[in-house]
Write a protein of this length. Structure first.
Length: 259
């Protein structure tokens, strides 16, 4: 299924909604304003995901997480209209994801009424899969496959699934699944530093250290100038790949030498 084509005016309207939300995170009313903007546009789940993920990240980075502005009841209740309910759900679940609060995210989704849970949009289901994957729960893998069948290569959704796999250290075939996701069309150009970061860790796990170093070096080169939000994580991953690679090489060399 092909992705919907956006009219330029709609793209600008969504950009305006994102800007209004991310420029004033200290204003406690920004989630409600964002919900109103998306309701006026009758935003679909893809548009909501793209705007809400960025807004939730910006607010958290500024010390005004959506988790402190919305109540769990605003996520589990039906809400005044479907778009507002989905906006609050996307914001709150994204906040839990960025804080790595997998059990809380799982619990909140499972508190939804049965009808609401059955009708969850694809991005919300991806966030639920993230919570399960991040706890290395195997049922998360089945949900991941279901979400992929419906995601239409939506980049924000794939990022959520990658994040869950990256956290789920004990998942079977974890590294191979990360590499498969990292190779999908939205990431084929290898211009996303976060995807390359996840890929580098998977390559390290598989013992492909030179490829891992190449991936993390490209990720570092792609970071915006002065970006400190993930730079330290990338540098740690590079150091780990180099160290493990040296140990592996030393073990192979020592094993081949008679004394």
């Amino acid at each position: 299924m092909s992705l919907p084509v956006r009219h330029p005016g709609r793209t600008l309207a969504l950009a305006y909604a994102r800007t209004r939300a991310t420029l004033t995170p200290a204003d406690a009313r920004w989630p409600a304003r964002l919900a109103a903007d998306l309701r006026e546009l009758d935003a679909d789940w893809r548009e909501s995901a793209e705007v809400c993920a960025d807004a939730a990240w910006a607010a958290r980075a500024a010390g005004h997480s959506a988790l402190g502005l919305l109540l769990p009841e605003q996520v589990t209740a039906a809400g005044p209209d479907p778009v507002t309910a989905r906006t609050y759900r996307h914001l709150y679940l994204s906040g839990l994801r960025y804080d790595f609060r997998c059990p809380s995210l799982q619990s909140l989704v499972e508190r939804l009424p049965a009808a609401a849970r059955a009708g969850l949009d694809c991005y919300s289901r991806a966030l639920y899969a993230f919570a399960l994957l991040g706890q290395s729960r195997p049922e998360g893998l089945a949900l991941l496959d279901e979400v992929l069948d419906q995601a239409d290569e939506h980049a924000k959704t794939l990022h959520v699934l990658l994040h869950g796999l990256w956290l789920g250290q004990h998942l079977p075939q974890r590294a191979e699944r990360i590499l498969d996701l990292a190779a999908r069309p939205p990431f084929a150009a290898r211009t996303d530093p976060i995807v390359l970061f996840r890929k580098a860790g998977a390559l390290r796990q598989l013992g492909r250290y030179e490829e891992g170093l190449a991936a993390i070096d490209r990720a570092l080169d792609l970071l915006p100038p002065g970006d400190v939000s993930v730079h330290a994580d990338l540098v740690r991953e590079r150091s780990l790949i180099a160290a493990v690679g040296e140990v592996s090489l030393s073990a192979r060399t020592s094993g081949g030498t008679q004394t």
